[in-house]
Design a binder for this molecule. Structure first.
Ligand code: NAP
Length: 477
């Protein structure tokens, strides 16, 4: 048995502390006001884990590690600084792919070394437990690599965001999953069975592609958080394979976190997991769906008239959606908010759990604009209660989350998704550029309801005009 040195003690202590910081970080991230602190705590945890790893006595030369750090920082830092908030889901997918490449490579190298943590053992000497850990590592790792690149390609529109389906696809995928698990079983039974290991690896790469192909771009954020969970499991398995505690803990946290997030997102969309993975949501909607409501033209209102109504409203509920994020209209929205408040009106924000393109998307951009968290109604039922007595509901670049078909039309793909009911307010103003559909690609009959008035244009521009008109009202008095 090797001796436990003081260097080992420092390494294990840094890993323990890193794990505590990861857990504290996750805890802080659950409260919007502490989210920034949460990121700092998590980053501190990562720094401690890296420092601990650098002290490992098995490191022979630091040259390549340093080169990797420098290249990673040069590529990663500007990418993270430049990427717009709306492109965050594909950016996350992209970075998951790299994490998963690392886990897969470690798995392959470890298998070659006989699962000895890099000390040059032989495959025949590998235990069944180590074989299981390495098998799971390459299965989840390789699947995450190709799956994440596919998700990135779909969201970045490098490949079509529509589901790519063929007859018998689910059966093919289930068979491939079955063969992968048989290979894993053979590997565990006989760790020296290299064929089983490499078949498993190859199948996992292929599964990442074939499982993401039939899923529409709209469901990609759920898929990304599921892949995040797989990357966590791969990291955890790596931890078991090379005897690294911080990898086991951090991987388990990521695995559980990603899974819970996927479940929460599917629940907020009222979709089952099975429906997302096998349902090909986002396929071209039935012909009838698109022409629905086409006979009736939406009514419009001028910014001047809308400004008058807003200036004299005592209760305004703003429903922001993806379009607000695209237009980066949050700052001018705050200006409008302050003007209405100055005029004596109360302003609240109805924030839907799946508004935008990632969980918390609108919370983040509104808090970036300095809007008080107390003004946000994050529970759909609470927001609907406030809408009942509101004078004006202002929909800014939102569509699916205010589609009445989700409650009224059983044939709608959105049916069952909890939605806001802005039409219960006295007047509804909808700010959007034209007749574009939302993420689900279906028409929205809200736009042709009696009390709905459209303010066509880019969200930032329209809100700017409203601000100007309300200010002009003041000057006119
Ligand atoms: P949405 O249904 O995608 O609608 C966004 C609307 O914004 C579009 O109809 C578009 O209409 C308008 N728009 C786009 N750019 C604009 C601009 N510059 N100025 C003004 N308007 C603009 O958005 P949502 O209501 O936020 O709903 C989110 C959807 O994403 C839901 O279907 C949800 O299930 C899905 N989703 C969300 C998540 C998540 O985690 N948040 C995850 C997966 C899926 P025009 O083209 O006419 O302007």
């Amino acid at each position: 048995m090797s001796e436990f040195t003081s260097r080992d003690l420092i390494i294990q202590a840094s890993y323990l502390l890193a794990s505590v910081f990861f857990i504290l970080g996750l805890r802080s991230l659950t409260r919007p006001n502490d989210a920034r602190l949460g990121m700092q705590q998590a980053a501190m945890g990562m720094l401690l884990a890296v420092i601990g790893t650098m002290l490992n006595a098995h490191i022979l030369t630091y040259q390549w590690i340093l080169i990797g750090l420098v290249v990673g920082a040069i590529v990663g830092y500007p990418m993270a600084m430049k990427v717009p908030m709306t492109a965050m889901p594909q950016f996350i997918a992209f970075s998951h792919a790299f994490g998963a490449i690392a886990a897969t490579l470690v798995g392959v190298v470890e298998y070659g070394h006989g699962g000895s943590g890099g000390e040059g053992g032989t495959v025949t000497a590998m235990s069944h437990g180590q074989a299981a850990a390495l098998g799971l590592e390459v299965l989840f790792g390789a699947l995450t690599v190709t799956g994440s690149f596919m998700a990135f390609g779909k969201l970045q529109e490098l490949i079509t965001g529509r589901p790519i389906t063929f007859k018998g696809q689910n059966a093919v995928n289930l068979t491939l999953i079955g063969v992968a698990f048989v290979s894993l079983g053979l590997l565990i039974a006989n760790p020296a069975n290299a064929t089983a290991f490499y078949v498993l690896l190859g199948l996992a790469f292929f599964l990442g592609i074939s499982m993401v192909l039939p899923i529409g771009g709209g469901d990609m954020p759920v898929v990304i958080s599921l892949l995040n969970s797989y990357a966590g499991l791969a990291a955890s398995a790596t931890g078991f394979a090379i005897g690294n505690n911080v990898l086991i803990i951090a991987g388990a946290l990521e695995g559980a976190g990603g899974f819970i997030l996927s479940l929460m997102m599917s629940k907020a969309m009222n979709r089952s997991f099975g429906n997302i993975i096998f349902g090909a949501f986002g396929a071209a909607p039935a012909a009838g769906a698109l022409i629905k409501g086409a006979a009736k033209e939406p009514k419009t209102i001028s910014p001047e008239d809308a400004a008058v109504q807003l200036a004299y409203a005592s209760s305004v509920v703003i429903v922001p959606g993806y379009g607000m994020a695209v237009a980066q209209a949050q700052h001018v929205c705050r200006e409008l908010h302050e003007l209405v408040q100055k005029k004596g009106g109360e302003v609240k924000y109805a924030i839907h759990p799946v508004a935008g393109r990632m969980p918390g998307h609108l919370n983040v951009i509104l808090s970036e604009a300095g809007i008080d968290y107390g003004a946000l109604l994050t529970d759909v039922d609470d927001a609907n209660r406030v809408l009942l007595t509101a004078d004006v509901a202002v929909i800014i670049g939102a569509n699916d989350i205010v589609n009445p078909d989700a409650e009224e039309d059983k044939s709608s793909p959105l049916y069952g998704m909890p939605i806001f009911r802005p039409w219960t307010a006295k007047a509804v103003f909808v700010i959007k550029r034209g007749k574009g559909t939302g993420f689900s690609g279906v028409e929205n009959p809200l736009f042709t309801r009696d009390n709905t008035l459209m303010l066509y244009g880019d969200a930032k521009g329209v809100l700017g005009s409203l601000v100007k008109e309300i200010k002009a009202l003041d000057e006119g008095h």
